[in-house]
Write a protein that binds this ligand. Structure first.
Ligand code: AGP
Length: 614
């Protein structure tokens, strides 16, 4: 998976030393749109005194329409935005320019003390936007002019005034040095891409894979001076740092949609392949599991596992709890990262932490990992992004090998995380002589899952019909289930909410009668997930209770539990792996409901793929 840069929700790019700067910047921003897509802009300099600043509200395609034929240059910076301070507008779009027209800045992250800095130093400056970012570029211009500081010194002085709770990756240009990009990062991820005779900067390597596959990692607090022929990294103390680039194998085409109308559908269809890729990477031909001994030793010593994650990854953790307790008999807790960060539970004697994160950059999870490191506990990050921040900062890493996940609504990463939890739990259980683990042939079970998934995606047309009948016009909906099915119901609800904006709850079906059933009225869609044998009949009686109040009930049922009238039948798989099949129809129902409502399935309103601000 491509190396993603962290905190701050937006996508930023930069280039110096290439005549096609405009196209390279725009194509790079297009590939970063999953990080924010409410407004965008570029600044380019043609080295002959001509410079161009073009910004627009909306998508990169809207920005392209604003860029005239004459706009050209060999160096520049660009930005696609997920608004934090200031509404999505042309004025609040980046790059921001200093009042004297000399400095241009793009930023990804949040400046915690921007209001204080503005009040303290910039009362006399006329601001063009409501953003925290403009405060930074105005301050750089002020110090450069009034204290006659060189650009790097003015940049460093401003950075020293930013409070440490802030997250930022900055790309600064001074039109008196049109070939130079000034770069700095703290928490927000950023990479330098090394080209032949030119260099680029980007939030995520995916933006520049058509230009280079060699990228240099940056560490918080570093300042970087990028020129066409050189990259100079300085640490916070001013020491020059020599760092070798790492090579990204991913081919740019992997991040293309190909013949698919949307990435979400492509990524749903790729789930059988993700299962097979995990089997290939983590098991041998005789089905034994390959997991790093040091990781196993650390997990074996633990008296309790703490899974910490956000959003869909948190939901994969809920299923992980069932799997670790089922196959390795180790007590497991699952925590929402943003809650754990400021309200941690009493920890056990020997805790071991597992961070689930597709992007590897989620600020809420990273904040917890930083604490866990301070407490001196060991941790594992399960991620889809090699070298990502949460991977680098954890004790151990296991990769999903799922390929780029571009659609904001996570699908194949969810099933990939669950399958990898099963592989790890199997191995840990074996180490602890848990019979459930020794008899669990994970390679065979995941092969059965992959075949089952293929069967479900091959018959996706039926879900298009069910979506049209039950969900295309509804105001609200419910997914219900018990035990492991309740875990799936929560993820299924998130998918429908995320891409179709239907108010949906994933609810413990036994809990409905204690109040929420009051929301059921004539035609309310209630989708029941029934794959768990020990609770199936209880969930069915709960569907009767909502049927009696006019609900439109749709049952998603494992073949061995199916009864007449059940609408969606799932192939049978191991009881701990049923979520890997049950979620597929739910992903497709969300996809088709969004499509039928005419929404942009891949870029739902108000969202971004990698949530890198707390
Ligand atoms: C899921 O569809 C969303 N994109 C979101 O909830 C996501 O799962 C969450 O932000 C966590 O992201 P991560 O897995 O990259 O840490």
């Amino acid at each position: 998976m491509v190396r993603k840069a962290g905190f701050g929700m937006c996508g930023i790019v930069g280039i110096t030393g290439n005549e096609n700067a405009v196209d390279i910047l725009l194509n790079g921003l297009q590939r970063l749109e999953y990080r924010g897509y409410d407004s965008a802009g570029i600044y380019v300099n043609s080295q002959d005194g001509k410079e161009y600043l073009v910004k627009e509200k909306g998508r990169i395609d809207d920005l392209r329409k604003e860029i005239g034929e004459d706009v050209h240059g060999s160096s520049g910076i660009g930005h696609t935005r997920w608004a934090t301070h200031g509404v999505p507008s042309k004025e609040n779009a980046h790059p921001h320019v200093s009042a004297d027209g000399r400095f241009f800045l793009v930023h990804n992250g949040v400046i915690g003390n921007f209001a204080e800095l503005k009040a303290t130093y910039l009362q006399d400056v006329k601001f063009a936007s409501d953003t925290d970012t403009e405060v930074i570029v105005q301050l750089i211009a002020k110090f450069a002019k009034e204290e006659n500081l060189a650009t790097k010194e003015a940049f460093k002085k401003v950075i020293s005034l930013i409070d440490e709770s802030s997250s930022y990756s900055f790309l600064l240009m001074d039109n008196r040095e049109p070939e130079t990009l000034y770069v700095a990062k703290n928490k927000s991820p950023l990479l330098i891409g090394v080209g032949k005779g030119f260099n680029v900067v980007c939030s995520d390597a995916i933006a520049m894979l058509d230009q280079t596959h060699d990228f240099i990692e940056l560490v918080d607090g570093e300042i970087v001076i990028v020129k066409p022929q050189s990259v100079t990294i300085e640490d916070a103390q001013g020491n020059i740092i020599n760092r070798k680039p790492f090579h990204v194998d991913t081919d740019a085409s992997e991040a293309e949609k190909g013949a698919y109308p949307y990435y979400m559908l492509k990524e749903i269809d790729e789930q059988p392949t993700v299962m097979r890729s995990l089997i290939k990477h983590y098991t041998t031909d005789d089905g034994s599991v390959i997991i790093d001994d040091a990781l196993l030793d650390s997990m074996k010593k633990a008296d309790r596992l703490y899974i910490v994650a956000a959003g869909t990854s948190y939901h994969a953790g809920l299923v992980g709890k069932e799997i670790f307790e089922g196959l390795a008999k180790v007590p497991t807790e699952v925590h929402v990262a943003s809650e754990f960060g400021y309200n941690p539970p009493i920890l056990s004697e020997k805790p071991f932490f597992i961070f689930l994160t597709q992007s590897g950059e989620t600020a809420d999870s990273r904040q917890v990992l930083a604490q866990v490191n301070k407490w001196g506990y060991e941790s594992l990050t399960i991620t889809n992004v090699e070298n990502s921040t949460l991977s680098r900062e954890a004790t151990f890493t296991l990769l999903l090998y799922a390929g780029p996940e571009i659609a904001v609504a996570s699908t194949k990463a969810y099933t990939g995380q669950i399958a990898l939890e099963a592989i790890l739990a199997k191995r840990l259980g074996e180490e602890k002589d848990v019979s459930a683990a020794t008899s669990f042939n994970v390679a065979r079970e995941l092969t059965t899952v992959a075949n089952g998934m293929q069967e479900l995606v091959d018959e996706k047309g039926q879900y298009e019909q069910i979506a049209a009948n039950a969900l295309a016009t509804t105001r609200n909906a419910f997914y219900i289930g018990r035990a492991i099915d309740y875990d799936v119901a929560q993820e299924a609800a998130l998918k429908l909410k995320e891409v179709s904006y239907v108010q949906t709850e994933g609810f413990a079906s036994g809990e409905l009668k204690h109040g929420t059933i009051a929301l059921i009225e004539e035609g309310t869609p209630v989708i029941a997930i029934i794959t768990c044998a020990k609770t199936a009949k209880h969930t069915r009686s709960n569907t009767q209770e909502v049927l009696a109040r006019g609900a439109n009930v749709i049952n998603i049922v494992s073949r061995n539990l199916a009864e007449d009238g059940d609408q969606i039948i799932l192939p049978d798989v191991h009881s701990l792996l049923t979520p890997l099949l049950a979620i597929v129809p739910c992903q497709l129902l969300a996809y088709y409901t969004s499509l039928q409502r005419g929404y942009d399935v891949d870029k739902p309103r108000n969202l971004a793929k990698s949530v890198t601000v707390e």
